[in-house]
Design a protein around this ligand. Structure first.
Ligand code: RUQ
Ligand code: CUA
Ligand code: CA
Length: 648
């Protein structure tokens, strides 16, 4: 204590903090050296956690945020929360606000011009090479507006948002192909489409009473990750989950539908004791495109819309409203579960191909051949109540989550995995209790040809009393199980915001080496000089502003009231973690600039007076001093002499 009160030491420490944050290398003066020596007397807490988690974590978890609109990122096994990635919804904390031109453009529907700042992220799907994660991107869909985003893993930011045409929303099942050239987004919510599409389908649809139509969006992905709308297939049914096959199921898209009744309410959607699992031949889709068997809508004249009748598609019955849909590591088994049944079905894809060849059909529905379930199924298992989703490990087991039972069951797969685990297949060997109500679950690589195993994470829909009470709405609960032994071990729990659907769990080695410490954008504008430009014709002020500890330059600008002010903000920082903010008092503006980031912010200066803009990210000891003025002058008092003049 006495050392702290010594003014000489105190000023030395302060100077130390300042110099430290300014990142300037100085020779230590005698006073400063005294300060360093004094601080060495203080004991550090033990154990010293610095870098411990950075060095010990093995995986990144990219968890969809559901109605949070973005994604959460955390480490495994530490379960340490790392970041949010804002995507479909504005997220001020992470600098994702629509006053930024680029963000607003991404959130603008290209077909209608509407800006959508709400969203519902569901199914992240990582980029792959040969059906194995390659660590380039994570893609994810928004159910509410039927959008798909690409997250660039070098900066953990959204690089592109693609909107599906011809739909009012409800794009749920989403999956990226094993070679990252194709993605599919299913329309879960039925639509009353454009008249060109209606005519092409030839179905009797009613805009008010239903039934409606729906389909699948085929999204093409270029080598640089750029997505484009490739095609749509429409038919009589909605679709829920989606997988693009590999290995034994290579060349096929698999989807489920829980409303083959084509009903418009929950009771109607449960009318039949089964719905369908669909198999779509990708080559037949390309063939229909090549033969120009498609129409286009008025809205999207460049997106071909194919009828289900013009492609090769088969179905097989699955009991009571299937939801979970997952493919085993060799691509052989397609596992699916009904929501209102205790039955889990394993379909053998080799049997599907054989059944098609040998015509093992029991009939047809809307012209689609129905594959005999007895022929194509490897097993129908009675495992528990409220099955949700399924994942695979590296030992030949699958894990299935149960919402009602609040647990995960571990089950050995059939051939060719039996030699690996030596167990009787399709029977439960372990039960993992969950707290509570399992939604999705994830194993690292558990939806690819290369599961890493080791852990299962249960993304529970309800946490109930797992954590300190915090109101009627409580946090979500992610639970970590170690699955390396014969019996799984619940090793950790993590409270997280609402509401994760699926996750992708990628090895640190695939991601960490590529992560940038600063944006390279600012370097692309090396000659950028602060400037203020008045455009009297457009009634616009354009400000080029450099941002670096602890100054905005120019530090003051004058603008006529009612004009648009366009800030081109250039962070000149290169130090890791040195983010600045740009918020304007009394105006709805708050963006952030990560090191080297360039942001373009637009604001209409409609209120007269002196408005301070300031940095709202604590950046250095002079953080609070990092501010400047936007002086809004009533237009009647505006002679050009009021223009901001910058020294040359
Ligand atoms: S959903 S709990 Cu994946 Cu959107 Cu199933
Ligand atoms: Cu810059 Cu605080
Ligand atoms: Ca149904």
């Amino acid at each position: 204590m006495t050392a702290i009160l010594n003014p000489r030491v105190l000023s030395a420490l302060l100077l130390g903090i300042l110099v430290g944050t300014l990142g300037i290398g100085l020779t230590l003066g005698p006073a400063l050296q005294a300060g360093v020596a004094a601080s060495a007397n203080y004991q550090r807490p033990f154990p010293m956690p610095h870098q411990y988690w950075a060095r010990s974590d093995e995986f990144y978890v990219f968890a969809s945020g559901g109605q949070q609109g973005g994604m959460y990122v955390y480490g495994v096994p530490s379960m340490k929360y790392l970041s949010e990635i804002p995507i479909f919804a504005e997220d001020q904390a992470w600098g994702w606000t629509t006053e930024d031109e680029h963000v607003r453009k991404m959130l603008t529907n290209p077909w209608t011009g509407e800006v959508a700042t709400r969203g519902d992220t569901h199914h992240p799907s990582a980029s792959k090479t040969d059906a194995k994660y390659d660590g380039r991107w994570v893609f994810v869909n928004d159910k509410q507006f039927a959008r798909v985003a690409r997250i660039d893993l070098d900066i953990f930011r959204t690089g592109q948002i693609l909107w599906a045409p011809n739909t009012t929303g409800g794009g749920h099942g989403f999956n990226v192909s094993p070679d990252t050239k194709l993605a599919v987004l299913n329309l879960e919510h039925e639509q009353y489409p454009d008249e060109n599409i209606r005519r092409h389908l030839g179905l009797a649809l009613d805009p008010v009473k239903g039934p409606y139509a729906a389909g699948i969006n085929g999204i093409r992905i270029a080598d640089d990750g750029t997505m484009s709308n490739g095609w749509q297939i429409w038919g009589p049914w909605q679709f829920d989950m989606a997988r693009i096959g590999w290995g034994k199921s290579n060349g096929w898209i698999v989807t489920t539908s829980y409303n083959t009744e084509r009903a418009t309410d929950a009771v109607g959607m449960f009318k039949q004791d089964h719905d369908y699992l669909f198999f779509w031949n990708i080559a037949s889709i390309e063939k229909a495109l090549a033969e120009k068997k498609y129409v286009t809508s008025k809205q999207a004249p460049d997106v071909p819309v194919i009828s289900w009748k013009d492609v090769e598609v088969y179905v097989t019955p699955i009991p009571l409203n299937p939801h979970g849909l997952d493919i085993s590591p060799t691509g052989k088994y397609v596992l699916t579960s009904g929501k209102a049944t205790t039955l889990i079905v394993a379909v053998d894809f080799e049997k599907v191909l054989q059944g098609i060849k040998e015509q093992k059909f029991t009939g047809e529905d809307f012209g689609v051949k129905v594959l005999d379930p007895d022929f194509v199924r490897a097993s129908t298992m009675d495992l528990g109540m409220g099955a949700t989703h399924i994942e695979f490990d590296d030992q030949g087991y699958f894990y299935v989550g149960f919402f009602v039972d609040s647990d995960i069951k571990k089950v050995p797969l059939g051939e060719p995995y039996t030699t690996k685990h030596g167990k009787t297949p399709w029977q439960v060997t372990d039960v993992l209790p969950a707290h509570f109500s399992v939604g999705h679950l994830a194993v690292p690589g558990g939806d690819t040809a290369q599961p890493y195993g080791k852990y299962v994470i249960s993304m529970n829909k309800l946490a109930k009393d797992s954590f300190l009470p915090h109101g009627p709405l409580v946090a979500e609960n992610h639970e970590l199980y170690d699955i390396q032994g014969e019996r799984a071990l619940l090793v950790d729990q993590m409270a997280l915001g609402p509401e994760t659907h699926y996750s992708q769990i990628l090895p640190v080695s695939l991601v960490a080496p590529k992560v940038q410490r600063a944006y390279t954008q600012a370097k692309a504008e090396p000659g950028a000089k602060p400037a203020v430009e008045y455009d009297y014709a457009k009634k616009e002020v354009r400000v080029t502003m450099t941002v670096v500890r602890s100054f905005f330059t120019p530090g003051a600008i004058t603008v006529p009231q009612g004009w648009k002010v366009k800030y081109h903000l250039i962070s000149q920082e290169t130090a890791l973690d040195m983010t600045h903010g740009f918020a304007i008092d009394g105006y709805n503006v708050s963006v952030s600039m990560d090191p080297g980031e360039v942001r373009d912010v637009e604001v209409v200066a409609d209120k007269p007076g002196v408005y301070w803009f300031y940095c709202n990210w604590f950046c250095s000891e002079l953080h609070m001093e990092m501010r400047g003025r936007m002086i809004v002058v009533p237009e009647s008092e505006w002679p050009p002499a009021q223009e901001t003049r910058l020294a040359p």
